[in-house]
Design a protein around this ligand. Sequence first.
Ligand SMILES: [Zn+2]
Length: 131
Amino acid sequence: MTKLRQYELEAYLDEALPPDEMARIEHALRRHPEYVDQLSTINTRRDAGIHTLGEIWRRHRLSCPTRGQLGSYLLGALPEELADHVAFHVEVVGCRWCQASLGDLRQKEAESPGTVETRRRKYFQSSAGYL
Ligand SMILES: [Zn+2]
């Protein structure tokens, strides 16, 4: 079975996961008591008022990363915890807005200035007759 990650357990406690993910984690909790220990560790830490960055984001519904953060994520330039949060947000929660944004950023990254210029010129030539 796949190992549960800390942010998955945190999101499970927040009930911030899609139903099939909630079910998968519930199943893992039943079979692996060490995850239950991990959950109670998270709860103890929360009771003490200490929250991870990912938790704060989820709690305050600041769940969508900024475009700058998504760009840094693509470049692998985010701190691990934040990168985990972005991966979780995009891949597990499946935020469509951020997926689209990442796709757009990837495309821009793949286009060297030369490619953009060529396309612009082609567009200009093909539409020149209509101007
Ligand atoms: Zn989002």
